[in-house]
Design a protein around this ligand. Structure first.
Ligand SMILES: [Zn+2]
Length: 304
């Protein structure tokens, strides 16, 4: 199975709560454990500005590229502005476009990154600068690969940017399972919002997930599902208040792939958030998602 990855996804943010080194650590773990082979790794090209403009305002794009964001706009992103940041987010968007194409070749496409669901057309927030998933969906639509897409967002934080971008658009069905008492406030409505109370554990979470995924797939019948496999519903997450275990998160992933595979719907994986006290846990959760994905890709798992 091909995976999309660039060393330049890593912003080298040091002790920042956003562990941008996770992308490199995940890639290394996947290689070490023979989940992927070096030749499975595909480097993305940056999205073009025309691709980005399918979602984002031209003025915002210009401000990003020419370092013209205001102090308040940078504060709201919650990641320091740099040329490396701009490079990374354009690459991540290109990566999700490429993973989208892979999904139509192998049933599953994976971007070892992306899932920046708090980005809006005219601003970034919550570690998200460009909405790579929305850009990928718009590009696949523009190329007539698809007409109808679904976002299935399991990050612990509601996908406010996704909801805002696709609100009123009948071609994209947005689903978000998230902790109700957590950022973002307000939460613009998704097509299906599942508001979870604090401290929800595996059994309840998986039951709600199954019900909402069945309902969404039946009601909408998408041609592709973009799965935002956030690692932050984990019980040890610093920015989340749910209580999922590592096993619960693996069951979550498996359920998403099983139900989409049963309907022959390609899946595109992006990672979204993950802020476990120990970065190794975040790395493990995301690596597990990729390992489970290989079981459902037409190319199968890498040879031992
Ligand atoms: Zn999150």
């Amino acid at each position: 199975m091909k995976v999309v990855y660039s060393d330049q996804y890593d912003l080298n943010l040091g002790n920042h709560v956003f562990p941008s080194s996770k992308y490199r650590l995940i890639k290394e773990k996947l290689l070490q454990e023979n989940v992927i082979r070096p030749e499975d790794i595909v480097e993305p090209a940056p999205a073009t500005d025309d691709d980005v403009a399918l979602v984002h305002d031209r003025n915002y794009i210009w401000k990003l590229k020419s370092a013209k964001l205001s102090y308040v706009e940078v504060l709201r992103m919650e990641v320091p502005y740099s040329d490396e940041l701009v490079r990374a987010v354009w690459l991540s968007a290109g990566g999700s476009i490429l993973a989208g194409r892979h999904a139509f070749e192998a049933g599953v496409g994976v971007n070892i990154g992306g899932g920046f669901h708090h980005a809006f057309p005219d601003h970034g927030e919550g570690f998200c600068v460009l909405h790579d998933v929305a850009i990928a969906i718009r590009r696949l639509q523009k190329d007539h690969v698809i007409e109808r897409a679904m976002t299935f967002d399991c990050d612990v934080h509601q996908g406010n940017g996704t909801a805002a971008i696709f609100g009123g658009d009948e071609t994209v069905y947005t689903v978000s399972l998230h902790q109700e008492n957590n950022y973002p406030y307000p939460k613009p409505p998704s097509d299906l919002d599942v508001n979870l109370h604090n401290g929800v554990r595996d059994t309840e979470y998986l039951a709600v997930l199954e019900e909402s995924l069945d309902k969404a797939l039946t009601d909408f019948d998408p041609q592709v599902v973009f799965y935002l496999a956030g690692a932050d519903p984990y019980q040890e997450d610093q920015l989340g208040g749910l209580k999922l275990t590592l096993q619960g998160l693996e069951h979550r992933d498996r359920m998403v792939f099983e139900k989409t595979r049963a309907r022959k719907i390609p899946v595109v994986v992006t990672f979204a958030g993950g802020y476990a006290r120990h970065v190794a846990d975040t790395v493990r959760i995301h690596s597990t998602t990729v390992r489970v994905a290989t079981e459902f890709a037409d190319t199968g798992p890498a040879e031992e």
